[in-house]
Design a protein around this ligand. Structure first.
Ligand code: UD1
Ligand code: CA
Length: 462
C-alpha cells in the first residue's frame, strides 16, 4: 500500500454563513465541523495530516492542537492555492493524497477508505468522489464526455445552462497521486467567474497530459453535504442527529421520538434508558442504564448514573448518583452533586452543593454553597442565603437533620447531626447536636380585633 496523506482545507471565511464565527468552527451535534472531518480522517491512520488554515487560524489551531500539521494560507485565493500551502511538508513525497474540505462534516472514514482503495485499484492520477444531488445548486458539476469519462469539473458560477442541469456533483473529496498534484497546482490559473484558483482545474490539466482521471460515485448522498450557509447547517445537524440517535437505539436506548431528540456526538448513554421527546443532551455528558430522561430536559456536561430519573429539568455540569431523581422543573447548576437515592422535587435550584445519600429536597428550595449530609429532610421553600452582596458563604448540614419549611439559613451556619430547624426560622447561628433552633416572632392573637373595624358595624357584614 502506498503512503497516504490527507489535506483538510479550512482557511476560508465562510462569507455565506454571515457569522462572526469562522465557518469550519460552527458546531454540528456539539463538535466543530472541521473536528468532525479530522476525527474521521484520523481513523484511516494516514502518514501525515495537514490542515490549511487562514481565517481564524489561531482558533482552529487551539481546537485541533497537535492532532494535525498546519499550513498557513495568508490570502484566500481559492482551493488550489490552499492546497499549494501544503507543498513545504508534502511537495516531493511519493504516495496518495486525499483532500477534504473542512465544511463537509458528514463524511465517514469508511467512505474515505473505499475511495482510496478504488483509486489504488484503478491506478488513477486522480479520483473524484462524486454524488448524485437532486438539487445540485452551489456544487461543482461533473462534466463527462460521450463515452462517460470525466472531462472536467465546472463550478456553479462558471457553468453554462446545460452544465447547470448536471446532477452529478463534486463532493470536494479528491484523491491524487501526490507528485502529480503538486506538479500541476502551479499551472492552475484564476481565469474564471470568481477570480479564484480552483483545485478541480487540476483534473483538466491531468486529462490533457493523458493521465487517468477516475470517479467514484458514493452510495449515501447524505454524507456529501457541504455547509456553506445556515440552511445547510441545519440539514447537516438533522442528518448527524439521526445517525447519533440510531446508534444509541441500536445500543439499547429507547428514544421515543428521534426526530425531536438532540444528543451531542460525545454523549454516552447506557442501555434500557428511556429518552422522552424534546430532550437535549449536550457536551461530554454520560448517562447510565435504566434512567428516564423526561420531556423538556436539558442536560449538559454532566454525569447521570444508573436508575436516575430527570423530569423536565435543566442540569449543567452536575453529578447525579445512582437512584436519585429530580424534577419537574428544577435546575441543577455547576458543581451540584446529588447523592444516591436523593429526591430533588419541583422548582428547586442546587448550585455548588453536595447533597448526601437519601436526603430529600422536595419543593421550592434553593441550595447554594452548602454540604448536606445523609437522610436529611429539607422542607418546602427553604433558602440557603449564601451571598452577602460581596462574598459567597458556605453552610454544613449534619446527617439526619430536619429543616422546617420556609426557613432561611444565613451562611455560614454549621448544623450538627440530628438537629432541627423549626419552620419559618431565620437561622444565623450554629445549631448543636440534638437541638432544635427556632428563630421567629412568637404568635400573639389580638382578641376581638373584629370589633375595631368600621366594617363590623355594617349590616351586610354582621
Ligand atoms: C467546493 C468545490 C466544489 C465542490 C464543493 C463541495 C472548488 C473550487 N469548488 O466549492 O467543486 O462541489 O466544494 O462542497 O474547489 N478554502 C480554503 N482556502 C481558500 C478557499 C477555500 O482553505 O482560498 C476552504 C474553505 O475553508 C472550505 C473549502 O476550502 O472548507 C471549500 O471552499 P468553499 O468556498 O466552501 O468551496 P465551495 O464553493 O463549497
Ligand atoms: Ca463549501
Amino acid at each position: 500500500m502506498s503512503n497516504r496523506y490527507v489535506i483538510i482545507l479550512a482557511a476560508g471565511k465562510g462569507t455565506r454563513m454571515k457569522s462572526r464565527l469562522y465557518k469550519v468552527l460552527h458546531p454540528v451535534a456539539g463538535r466543530a465541523m472541521v473536528d468532525h472531518v479530522l476525527t474521521q480522517v484520523e481513523k484511516i491512520e494516514p502518514d501525515l495530516i495537514e490542515t490549511v488554515i487562514g481565517n481564524g487560524a489561531d482558533k482552529v489551531r487551539d481546537l485541533l492542537g497537535d492532532r494535525t500539521n498546519y499550513a498557513l494560507q495568508e490570502e484566500q485565493l481559492g482551493t488550489a492555492n490552499a492546497v499549494m500551502q501544503a507543498e513545504k511538508d508534502l511537495g516531493n513525497k511519493e504516495g496518495i493524497t486525499l483532500i477534504v474540505n473542512g465544511d463537509t462534516p458528514l463524511f465517514t472514514a469508511d467512505t474515505f477508505e473505499k475511495l482510496l482503495d478504488y483509486h489504488e485499484k484503478e491506478e488513477a492520477a486522480v479520483t473524484i468522489l462524486t454524488a448524485h444531488a437532486d438539487n445540485p445548486f452551489g456544487y461543482g458539476r461533473i462534466v463527462r464526455d460521450n463515452g462517460g469519462n470525466v472531462e472536467k469539473i465546472v463550478e456553479q458560477k462558471d457553468a453554462s445552462r446545460s452544465e447547470q442541469e448536471i446532477q452529478e456533483i463534486n463532493t470536494g473529496v479528491l484523491c491524487f497521486d501526490n507528485k502529480l498534484l503538486f506538479e500541476n497546482l502551479h499551472k492552475v490559473n484564476n481565469d474564471n467567474a470568481q477570480g479564484e484558483y480552483y483545485l478541480p482545474d487540476v483534473i483538466s490539466l491531468l486529462k490533457e497530459q493523458g493521465k487517468k482521471v477516475s470517479a467514484f460515485e458514493m452510495a449515501d448522498l447524505s454524507e456529501s453535504l457541504g455547509v456553506n450557509d445556515r440552511v445547510a447547517l441545519s440539514q447537516a445537524e438533522k442528518i448527524m442527529q439521526r445517525r447519533i440517535n440510531e446508534a444509541h437505539m441500536r445500543d439499547g436506548v429507547t428514544i421515543v421520538d428521534p426526530d425531536n431528540t438532540y444528543i451531542d456526538i460525545d454523549v454516552e448513554i447506557g442501555n434500557d434508558t428511556v429518552i422522552e421527546p424534546n430532550v437535549k443532551i449536550f457536551g461530554k455528558t454520560t448517562i447510565g442504564s435504566e434512567c428516564v430522561i423526561g420531556s423538556g430536559s436539558r442536560i449538559s456536561d454532566s454525569e447521570i448514573q444508573d436508575n436516575v430519573e430527570v423530569i423536565s429539568s435543566t442540569i449543567e455540569s452536575a453529578i447525579m448518583h445512582k437512584g436519585s431523581n429530580v424534577g419537574p422543573n428544577s435546575h441543577l447548576r455547576p458543581k451540584a452533586e446529588i447523592g444516591r437515592d436523593v429526591h430533588i422535587g419541583n422548582f428547586c435550584e442546587v448550585k455548588n452543593a453536595k447533597i448526601g445519600d437519601r436526603t430529600k429536597v422536595g419543593h421550592l428550595t434553593y441550595v447554594g454553597d452548602a454540604t448536606l449530609g445523609t437522610d436529611i429532610n429539607v422542607g418546602c421553600g427553604v433558602v440557603f442565603v449564601n451571598y452577602d452582596g460581596v462574598k459567597k458563604w458556605h453552610s454544613n448540614i449534619g446527617d439526619h437533620s430536619f429543616i422546617g419549611s420556609n426557613s432561611n439559613i444565613i451562611a455560614p451556619v454549621e448544623m450538627a447531626d440530628h438537629s432541627f430547624i423549626a419552620a419559618g426560622s431565620t437561622i444565623t447561628n450554629d445549631i448543636p447536636k440534638h437541638a432544635m433552633a427556632i428563630a421567629r416572632e412568637r404568635q400573639t392573637n389580638k382578641e376581638d380585633f373584629w370589633e375595631r373595624l368600621p366594617l363590623s358595624k355594617s349590616e351586610d357584614w354582621k
